[in-house]
Design a protein around this ligand. Structure first.
Ligand code: CA
Length: 317
């Protein structure tokens, strides 16, 4: 049912807001039920004959005998098709609460939830035959940015969600019409829902537990079973060791500088992806002197304190 709990929560909050409006409220409607049937009984009591039959007859059937005083209230779905109709005695309260709008609750796709929002009009009493149309509200969750960090140099810690951007757009059909005669739509977007998401696997250890050097991380709204999106991360234990001799030192820095000069001269010398994972230190997609500088910085820091890790030098992406 609830594919996207965040959406459901938001939508139910909005629905609660709608429900306290006069004429649409559940309380108001239950009042209207008793008032309508009271009015139906009054009608039958008012007819001069059949006083004896009256006791055996329900208020509703009694009302139907006086068809002149009965109005049809037709409830339409979002597309204008009949959802439900009821006969209400003239002047009787319209029982909005008896209209089941649950069939209007759909998931057009896994990112979107659509449901009943309000009626285009909500007269309290039946004074004519009337069609009342359902207006919708929808919530769409959108992943704008996956987390920044793609490369991990150690197997400890959690998957870093920094940079994750998720937004929820809420659209509501209003009762007012635009110039073309369509219901106006209000749109609000909320961007502060990134904290409602979780990564699976959640830790670096788990992600690379199969021994591979790349892994797929999925982003889920918390409590949901369908991911919003997924992205690839890499385990790069030899980060910065571009010469591949097991240590990161000044030789790696000069190797990067030489490569930078070579690429500048001949762009075809662009290194492969595997090299870029460990050599493009700042993650800008290019090998430049900046990468060489970071390697030197790391080398100097490790020489001074062997506990230095790459994340002390630069936030690796
Ligand atoms: Ca770079």
């Amino acid at each position: 049912m609830n594919k996207l709990r965040i959406l459901s929560v938001l939508l139910s909050m909005m629905t609660a807001a709608v429900l306290i409006q006069p004429g649409v409220s559940a309380e108001g409607s239950s009042e209207s039920t008793s008032s309508a049937s009271a009015s139906a009984q009054n009608t039958s009591a008012g007819s001069s004959n059949a006083a004896a039959d009256q006791e055996k007859t329900t208020g509703t059937t009694a009302a139907k005998e006086t068809a002149d005083n009965l109005f049809t209230v037709t409830f339409l779905d979002f597309d204008g098709n009949v959802l439900y109709s009821m006969d209400v005695p003239s002047g009787g309260k319209i029982d909005y609460a008896s209209v089941d709008t649950s069939s209007l609750h759909t998931h057009p796709d896994i990112y979107t939830e659509k449901m009943f929002y309000q009626w285009d009009q909500s007269p309290e009493y039946a004074e004519e035959n009337i069609s009342i149309r359902a207006l919708w509200q929808s919530a769409t969750i959108l992943l704008k940015n996956v987390p920044d960090k793609r490369r991990y140099t150690a197997l400890d810690g959690s998957i870093d969600l920094d940079g994750l951007e998720v937004s929820i757009t809420i659209e509501k059909q209003l009762t007012e019409l635009d110039e073309d005669g369509n219901y106006k739509i209000s749109t609000t977007t909320s961007d502060d829902v990134a904290l409602s998401c979780a990564a699976k696997p959640a830790t670096v250890q788990e992600a690379f537990s199969d021994g591979n050097s790349s892994a797929e991380i999925s982003i889920y709204p918390i409590g949901e079973t369908k991911p919003l999106s997924s992205y690839k991360i890499y385990y790069v234990p030899d980060f910065g060791d571009v010469t591949g001799n097991g240590i990161v030192d000044a030789v790696d820095a000069s190797h990067l500088l030489r490569l930078y000069a070579d690429i500048t001269e001949d762009p075809k010398k662009q290194p492969d992806d595997a090299f870029m994972l460990k050599g493009d230190i700042d993650g800008d997609g290019k090998i430049t002197s900046a990468d060489a500088s970071f390697v030197l910085k790391y080398y100097a820091a490790v020489s001074a304190d062997e506990k230095t890790v790459w994340d002390d030098i630069i936030k690796i992406k």
